[in-house]
Design a protein around this ligand. Structure first.
Ligand code: CIR
Length: 257
């Protein structure tokens, strides 16, 4: 078993004002978002992890997307410096939860002018792919690389052209299996993995999460579900319709470690 703990944060009412590209139109329905969040927590609990549920924080509309203000590795936790201005303060609110699991000398920080969001970081064992995006800059990647090196871990940069975060379009499922969509289908750095190409009309579902041999898949994407099951994984479906309206997916909603 690889993961023991998960941290999530309840969505706040202000989520309707969250950042959105408009790719998936409409305002989130808060009540439905809460129900979907309940189901997400239940799904995680079925994957043999304990789930820490943080209270909603109305000051930050996007604060349910806890993956972005922190990056948790096997050896250390890194508090990021989110590049989205309205989200930057989320970094100070995640520290308390991280400190329950890591001592002060195991907690590192990305500092200005470096910016980085966890959604841009994909862990493959002790190697981390980091997307250079509108949210994660060169200096943020430089600092991340130095921090990881200190703990004998490595990092390589992936340039993003179309998507918000790296993991919007590519996710590692363990066992050498990787879900890839859009611009990531042909990236040479992912040649060595067993790439499962996601059809364009199901691109959103490239964001699935592997949690201890179960893969949680967003509801409504039959081709992706069949592909993941074809790899031999047990699957759980969770509807993320209200988070999708804010460009958020399954990985964005938790820290898993
Ligand atoms: C944002 O634009 O920051 C949020 N509306 C969505 C964040 C999604 N998080 C992620 O991909 N890790």
């Amino acid at each position: 078993k690889k993961f023991n703990h998960v941290i999530v944060r309840r969505p706040c009412k202000a989520m309707v004002e969250g950042i959105t590209s408009g790719l998936y139109p409409g305002k989130p329905d808060y009540e439905l978002a809460l129900k979907e969040h309940d189901a997400y927590i239940e799904a995680l609990k079925q994957c043999d992890v304990d789930v820490t549920v943080l209270d909603a924080d109305e000051r930050y509309p996007d604060s349910c997307f806890v993956e972005d203000p922190a990056l948790i590795t096997r050896k250390c936790a890194i508090i990021t410096n989110p590049g989205a201005e309205s989200r930057n303060g989320e970094k100070d609110e995640i520290i308390g939860a991280v400190k329950k699991f890591f001592s002060d000398d195991q907690i590192e920080y990305i500092k200005a002018p470096g910016t980085l969001e966890g959604g841009d970081v994909m862990m493959v064992g002790d190697h981390f792919y980091v997307g250079r995006s509108a949210r994660t800059n060169e200096e943020g990647i430089r600092q991340l690389t130095a921090i990881l090196a200190k703990y004998d871990m490595t990092c390589s940069e992936v340039k993003l052209e179309e998507v918000l975060h790296l993991k919007t379009g590519v996710n590692y499922l363990e066992d050498n299996n990787m879900l890839v969509s859009g611009e990531f289908v042909t990236k040479p750095e992912f040649d060595k993995y067993n790439r499962v190409q996601i059809p364009e009309d199901e691109a959103y579902a490239a964001n699935c999460i592997w949690v201890n041999d179960t893969v949680i898949v967003p509801e409504g994407y039959p081709a992706v579900l069949a592909a993941v099951q074809g790899l031999g994984y047990k699957t759980i479906l969770v509807d993320t319709s209200e988070y999708r309206k804010l460009d958020g997916g399954l990985s964005c909603l938790s820290l898993r470690f």
